[in-house]
Design a protein around this ligand. Structure first.
Ligand code: FE2
Length: 256
């Protein structure tokens, strides 16, 4: 499996604090069937604004260790960039790294509001040739309160990647319901672990696969969990068509 979003480099942000902890996280991912991780670090965040040089140094160290220990895991570089009014300038100056060699940039919204400049800023980024991967949109209160924003984001061909914990209810019933609602509206195209550690926010995608299979069937699950991540890593566009999905109330039944 491909994990489109996880914090697996040591000492950069709120991911693993030590390289021993990072290795434990890598092994957990491999055991769960993951072979490729988009290894993000927070940027432009109040708490964590990881410089590109520090990020690259940590990625090099991780890749060397993976090779030396013969751990079958590929790490793809990327930053999870918090939306801010200077996002465009930061990208143009090379501070924010897109996913590998692709035009996809991981953008995270502030949790509690949807700034007035959001749509305009995201549009400006697309004019730079970027494609936007919106990270856990279900955790943004503005989108939860104004679901029509999801429709506007989708019309801008912005892809949404939910966090596993949201679907599993780890952020509460409101976020869980929102993740399902956004899936049905077409704003969420894939689910990533958003892993940070082996216990609190683990690297497990297989429970999500099982959930999605029960709810949407094999074809839809493969589209979300395999085809979309493959297209993103290839830097290719994802066709955003309305998905035929069950109502979210039946989701709660499918969870059991
Ligand atoms: Fe994250």
């Amino acid at each position: 499996m491909i994990d489109l979003h996880a914090h697996v480099l040591a000492g950069l942000d709120d991911g693993p604090k030590t390289w021993e902890a990072a290795q434990a996280v890598w092994h957990q991912a491999v055991q769960d069937g993951t072979h490729t991780i988009v290894a993000v670090a927070h940027a432009n965040d109040h708490h964590f604004d990881v410089p590109a040089d520090a990020y690259r140094a940590a990625l090099d160290k991780a890749r060397q260790t993976l090779a030396a220990e013969q751990i079958p895991l590929r790490l793809v570089p990327a930053m999870e960039v918090r939306l801010g009014s200077d996002l465009l300038e930061g990208y143009q100056s090379g501070r924010y790294l897109p996913i590998g060699d692709t035009p996809y940039l991981c953008v995270e919204l502030p949790p509690n509001d949807f700034p007035a400049y959001t749509l305009d800023m995201l549009y400006q980024l697309t004019l730079e040739g970027l494609r936007i991967l919106l990270i856990h949109p279900e955790r943004n209160r503005g989108i939860r309160r104004r679901p029509e924003l999801a429709e506007r984001l989708m019309r801008m061909e912005i892809l949404g990647v939910a966090s596993a914990g949201s679907l599993l209810g780890q952020f509460g019933p409101e976020v869980e319901a929102a993740s399902m609602d956004l899936m049905e509206r077409g704003l969420i195209q894939s689910v990533a672990s958003d892993g940070h550690s082996v216990d609190k926010r683990p690297m497990r995608l297989s429970p999500i696969r099982e959930l999605l299979c029960r709810r949407y069937g094999d074809d839809e699950t493969e589209w979300m969990m395999d085809e979309v991540p493959q297209l993103v890593l290839a830097g290719r566009p994802v066709a955003l068509e309305p998905r035929q999905r069950l109502g979210w109330r039946r989701w709660l039944t499918a969870r059991r």
